[in-house]
Design a protein around this ligand. Structure first.
Ligand SMILES: [Zn+2]
Length: 145
């Protein structure tokens, strides 16, 4: 898997985060230097979500799973999870990485101490661009238009 956060960063450590009210807590295993994706798709633009995409084994919900509500739209592939008490979306299952997670950089604890490289993802044109963040999901005919 060519996950952007994994490149050239063998050493990882667990960082913690939570939603605004603290009901939902999570941990994510990250290298010290990560790529943070800013996306312009319809939902990321409204939530201000900044993506740290990780593999399944590098993420765990530590508390409050029962307080999560799932929202889906469009293809219903992405599972948008938010705290039913405070409404914050701290992480979700992205359409680009249905076997992984996207963690919201903004929900990480302030002491997470990460070196960040911000990149833009043109999620408004998802089919044309998904191969940039997951080569396995290149869409047939995406470059035909
Ligand atoms: Zn909450």
């Amino acid at each position: 898997m060519g996950l952007p956060t994994m490149t050239n960063s063998p050493t990882k450590s667990w960082r913690h985060g939570e939603c605004h009210c603290g009901e939902v807590g999570f941990a994510v295993n990250l290298p010290d230097s990560v790529v943070a994706l800013s996306c312009n798709c319809s939902i990321c633009a409204k939530t201000g979500f900044i993506h740290l995409i990780v593999e399944k084994d590098d993420f765990k919900i530590e508390r409050g799973a029962e307080s999560l509500t799932t929202y889906t739209f469009g293809t219903h592939e992405a599972k948008h999870l938010f705290c039913s008490k405070c409404g914050v979306k701290s992480f979700y299952v992205p359409r680009s990485h249905p076997d992984g997670w996207s963690v919201n950089l903004r929900a990480l604890d302030a002491d997470a101490d990460l070196q960040l490289r911000f990149e833009e993802f043109d999620g408004a044109n998802w089919e044309k661009n998904v191969s940039k963040i997951n080569p396995e999901l290149a869409q047939p005919g995406a470059n035909d238009a």
